[in-house]
Design a protein around this ligand. Structure first.
Ligand code: BGC
Length: 773
């Protein structure tokens, strides 16, 4: 664990330059706008340890799979988000000497990520080997007001000398992915243009043929006025530069601005890319850095209005939750249904920038409450668009008749994961996709989603489950063999309770959803039934049979659901008995030892009890929680939030807070020693859930919001903003009461501790100590 980030409510602050922490900071201070993003690499040269990262959403490379033992059904490739051209590079030479923070004496170094307004600022003083001293302030951002634009203002002042600054402002497309399987480069240059409006470098991805143009306009000002830049004549492949040399006078600043755009052939005709980039860039340059930054601050103000959480009495917690919310909003803005949320967002290469079940199980609740409805809808539509591929994927594995198996990891709907125990067996992901449809409709009330898109997906998923089970003569029940549940520390198990429970629910929900569409829009129902060749009578009978008679392992004596067949045969040790020296077990133990142990990577049975909480009474929840929590090592960052929410439900505030702490500052304090690879973006949504669903106990039941709040001892109060069915609510929880501001013109019915309150327009304070209302 590191502790070098200063706690401040709205800012992430690093003071002092420690090259050993640089890659961690590059992740923490990352910027993005849903369309593109970047690690916090330096603008000027840096010969120290760094992970260079610039990413364009949806632009990927199918890197040829590498496996030891090929198995039929494996995907040919693993799609990877690409390290793309670096637009902000600045080569800075002072009287011939290169500025490189690895080679100078650096003082007064400070990085600030301003989350309120959405920019990164870095300032430092540097003394070069020659003794020349300079000071630098660099500010940059990726606009969320116009997601095709990024901008930089780099200000350099000579402190103890007058001399010459030679500036090379460049776009560098000669980049590679650190995680390339065969050490290949993924881009070819296909075009370059330099004219008065800027420099434009067009790169094409190998195999996938995405074209991305990076356009940059550089402006340089000294006291004497604007300097002219000229194209670099020393032509280098995949690299474009503009040069200038200016006189430096001690104490006088030189201002360098770079306004940049990235456009891709996903959104523009390839032949028109440079022309389009020119138009976008010219408009942005005309606005200028300051106006663009003002737009950025205004756009972020709206985001915060929609989704801020305010914690009083604990600055570190306040900073952490804002950091989580900020990064989630930087990663996904919901404007484009072809895009999704990679577990590392735009902050690193790990997980290939691909989509996992994390989106449906963890991220959807965050966007449902904190962003316009369209945003979470687009996350669902993304899977609708991949339905055909999910059907093909299932066919490859031997399923038929329209059965759909969504991939565990994907960019374009095709499976990219190639470990058999996950690719073929971690099929619960299918259920999370169905659950997300249900969750979206439960929250928004938007039933029309079913007939528009949802029903087809649910039918495909139901068909898969129906075919994936088999009838056991011995049990006289359906069984589901050879699966991996969310707990990846068990593979190829029979009857994983979570997967089977989810499958049964999906089959039931698919029937219900069909009935809804049929009743509401018979013509549309006929259309869908025709399209998917639904043999309603037979298929429904089959689905019902499976859903009502699937085997769900249960231990009568302990009164708990069994994670899978034979779970109790394992030696039952508790995490509390595991010496610290043995943890994390995934680094300390052999895989077979992990598989034989009873230790659980992440919520599994408890994930199911979280999804379907209303089906279980508190006693059952308590028994299962006590049993499974004591065996869970939480070696996935997705795990603690579910435990936190359930602990809160069980009135164990202390535990709920303890679990919350495990993820809230996971990256800021580098708990797992892996922040340098990138941030844990999808688990950040879990942190939000711990507060809103855990501490505030927010749920939607019967089209109404309900709360059962408690306040962690360490806090004085917490408040949060959410949108619910067109109303932007503000909710504040203190030690004794909950205040709900309902700005709508009409009254709103809200449940608090199971009592219905009609909240009039305006502010309502409801006390709960002793339930005096
Ligand atoms: C977890 C998965 C998750 C993946 C990406 C793994 O460690 O076990 O549940 O989908 O990370 O976040």
């Amino acid at each position: 664990m590191k502790n070098y980030i200063q706690a401040e409510e709205w800012n992430i602050i690093e003071e002092g330059f420690d090259p050993h922490l640089n890659k961690i900071s590059e992740s923490l201070f990352s910027l993005g706008n849903g369309r593109m993003g970047q690690r916090a690499n330096f603008e000027e040269s840096y010969s120290g340890d760094t992970l260079q990262g610039n990413y364009v959403a949806g632009v990927y490379y199918p890197d040829k799979t590498r496996v030891g033992w090929w198995k039929n059904g494996y995907p040919e490739y693993f799609a990877k988000v690409l390290n793309a051209a670096n637009w902000m590079g600045l080569g800075i030479r002072l009287d011939g000497e290169e500025l490189d923070l690895n080679l100078c004496k650096v003082t007064g170094f400070k990085r600030i990520l301003n989350m309120k307004e959405g920019y990164l600022e870095r300032s430092f003083n540097a003394e070069l080997a020659s003794g020349k001293q300079i000071s630098v302030t660099a500010k940059r951002f990726f606009s969320i007001a116009n997601d095709e634009i990024a901008a930089l203002h780099y200000q350099l002042t000579a402190l103890n000398f007058s001399g010459k600054l030679e500036l090379t402002s460049f776009i560098d497309g000669d980049v590679k992915n650190q995680d390339s399987n065969y050490d290949e480069k993924f881009w070819d240059e296909v075009g370059r243009t330099q004219n008065d409006s800027g420099s434009y470098l067009t790169m094409r991805t190998k195999k996938t043929d995405f074209d991305v143009v990076t356009g940059v306009k550089t402006l340089v000002f000294t006291k004497a006025g604007q300097s002219q830049l000229s194209a670099d004549t020393a032509v280098k492949d995949k690299y474009l530069a503009e040069l200038t040399a200016v006189d430096l006078t001690a104490g006088e600043a030189v201002d360098i601005y770079k306004i940049a755009t990235n456009l891709s052939s996903q959104n523009y005709d390839s032949a028109e890319l440079t022309t389009s980039a020119t138009a976008v860039l010219e408009a942005a340059v005309l606005k200028g850095f300051t106006a663009l930054l003002e737009e950025q601050a205004a756009a972020w103000a709206t985001k915060w209005e929609e989704g801020d959480i305010i914690i009083e009495g604990d600055v570190a917690a306040q900073q952490a939750i804002r950091f989580n919310i900020f990064q989630l909003n930087q990663t996904y803005t919901g404007k484009d249904a072809r895009l999704n949320i990679g577990p590392k967002g735009f902050t690193g290469e790990k997980y290939g920038g691909s989509t996992y079940w994390d989106t449906e199980a963890y991220c959807i609740p965050f966007y449902l409450s904190t962003a316009p409805q369209e945003v979470s809808k687009n996350l669902l539509v993304y899977r609708y668009k991949h339905l055909e591929k999910a059907i093909e994927n299932a066919q490859k594995l031997g399923f038929d008749k329209g059965a759909a198996l969504y991939p565990m990891v994907t960019m374009n709907g095709e499976e990219c994961h190639n470990e058999w125990e996950i690719t073929f067996e971690e099929i619960h992901r299918n259920g999370a996709i169905a659950f997300a449809i249900f969750n979206y409709i439960r929250y928004t009330g938007d039933q029309s989603y079913l007939k528009e898109y949802g029903l087809e997906v649910l039918i495909g998923i139901a068909r898969f489950w129906k075919q994936r089970v088999n009838w056991s003569e011995a049990r006289q029940q359906y069984v589901m063999l050879g699966v991996t549940g969310p707990n990846e520390y068990e593979n190829n198990v029979n009857n994983n309770w979570y997967t089977s429970t989810l499958a049964a629910w999906c089959l039931k929900y698919a029937v219900e959803a069909t009935e809804i569409v049929k009743a509401e829009d018979p013509a549309r129902y006929q259309e869908i039934a025709g399209k998917v060749n639904l043999e309603e009578a037979q298929e429904f009978a089959d689905w019902k049979a499976v859903s009502e008679n699937i085997y769900l392992p249960y231990d009568e004596e302990k009164g708990i659901f069994l994670q899978q067949d034979g779970f109790l045969d394992k030696e039952q040790t508790l995490v509390s008995e595991l010496p610290a020296s043995q943890r994390p077990i995934n680094q300390k133990w052999s895989w077979d030892r992990i598989l034989r142990s009873c230790f659980i990577k992440q919520a599994d049975v408890l994930q199911g009890m979280y999804f379907f909480e209303d089906d279980y009474d508190m006693e059952s929840l308590r028994r299962n929680f006590d049993f499974y929590e004591s065996r869970t090592v939480h070696e996935s960052s997705l795990s603690p939030c579910v435990h936190s929410i359930l602990a809160a439900k069980l009135n164990d505030g202390e535990k709920a807070y303890e679990f919350y702490l495990r993820t809230s500052r996971l990256d800021l304090d580098d708990y797992n020693n892996d922040t340098e690879d990138g941030l844990h973006i999808t688990s950040m949504a879990g942190t939000w859930m711990s507060i809103v669903e855990g501490f505030a106990g927010m749920r939607v039941r019967n089209n109404q919001l309900s709360f059962s709040p408690f306040l962690p001892e360490q806090w004085n109060s917490f408040s949060f903003n959410i949108g619910f069915r067109g109303v932007q609510l503000k909710i504040k929880v203190t030690r004794d009461d909950i205040t709900i501001v309902n700005p709508a013109k009409t009254m709103m019915d809200i449940n608090i501790f199971n009592q219905l309150h009609s909240v009039p327009a305006g502010e309502t304070v409801i006390a709960w100590k002793g339930m005096a209302v």
